[in-house]
Design a protein around this ligand. Structure first.
Ligand SMILES: Cc1cc2nc3c(=O)[nH]c(=O)nc-3n(C[C@H](O)[C@H](O)[C@H](O)COP(=O)(O)O)c2cc1C
Length: 205
């Protein structure tokens, strides 16, 4: 069994998603001792934005590629390999400006590739990477799961739509929200998410 663990928070040791994601992965390791974990820290090694040059690199033959284009294609292939090989993906995904960190978006731009993880048909796109479980580890300063800000959640809703394009429907969310509403709310939200992480692993085992 293979687990891909992704972090994308820029907040280092203060990051909520990093703390909860570690717990989620720890739980999987406990329950599946042979599990093979690949870790990728997108805040440390961020893929660049997709550019015209990176798209051209995909179309070119190996001989036609510049050294930069070769590096781009190699990175894209490595990210795709990790994504396709994973049975479980633990996705550390903070809310930044109502959406996800741009580093995480750049990663999605490398793994959501027509012909590789989904294909276009006459009836619309069809996912090619189904059959995996994804745990979205979500944290946000405010509250979006209910109340007036619900429509402003372009983080969890976006991730579910993006993963759905690849055919991934088994998506669970572990959420700490309201973490910037005060120290008590923060502590409670993190404790509840850690509890949820432990319960989730019991259910998934
Ligand atoms: C750049 C940035 C943008 C943020 N934007 C939002 C936002 O739009 N809505 C919100 O509720 N919280 C926002 N926050 C608060 C984060 O969602 C919150 O701190 C969360 O814990 C981030 O996850 P992390 O701690 O793993 O980085 C933002 C934080 C940062 C650093």
């Amino acid at each position: 069994m293979k687990l891909l663990h992704i972090d994308s928070s820029i907040l280092g040791d203060h990051s909520v998603t990093r703390e909860i994601g570690r717990e989620v992965v720890g739980q999987w390791r406990q329950r599946h001792p042979g599990i093979e974990v690949t870790y990728r820290d997108l805040a440390v090694h961020a893929p660049g934005h997709l550019t015209a040059d990176s798209l051209a690199a995909r179309q070119a033959t190996p001989e036609q590629r510049s050294p930069e284009q070769r590096a781009e294609v190699e990175l894209g292939e490595e990210l795709l390999r990790e994504f396709l090989a994973a049975d479980v993906i633990v996705l550390g995904a903070p809310m930044y400006n109502f959406s996800i960190p741009s580093q995480l978006k750049a990663w999605l731009d490398r793994v959501l590739v027509a012909g590789r993880t989904f294909k276009y048909t006459e009836k619309g796109p069809v996912g090619l990477a189904g059959g995996k479980q994804v745990v979205i580890v979500s944290s946000r300063g405010g509250v979006y799961s209910e109340g007036p800000a619900q429509a402003m959640d372009h983080q969890e809703s976006y991730l579910k739509a993006a993963l759905g394009l690849a055919g991934i429907t088994e998506v669970r969310v572990i959420r700490a929200e309201g973490v910037n509403l005060g120290p008590q709310q923060r502590e409670q939200a993190i404790a509840a998410a850690l509890d949820q992480a432990r319960g989730l692993s019991r259910k998934a085992a």
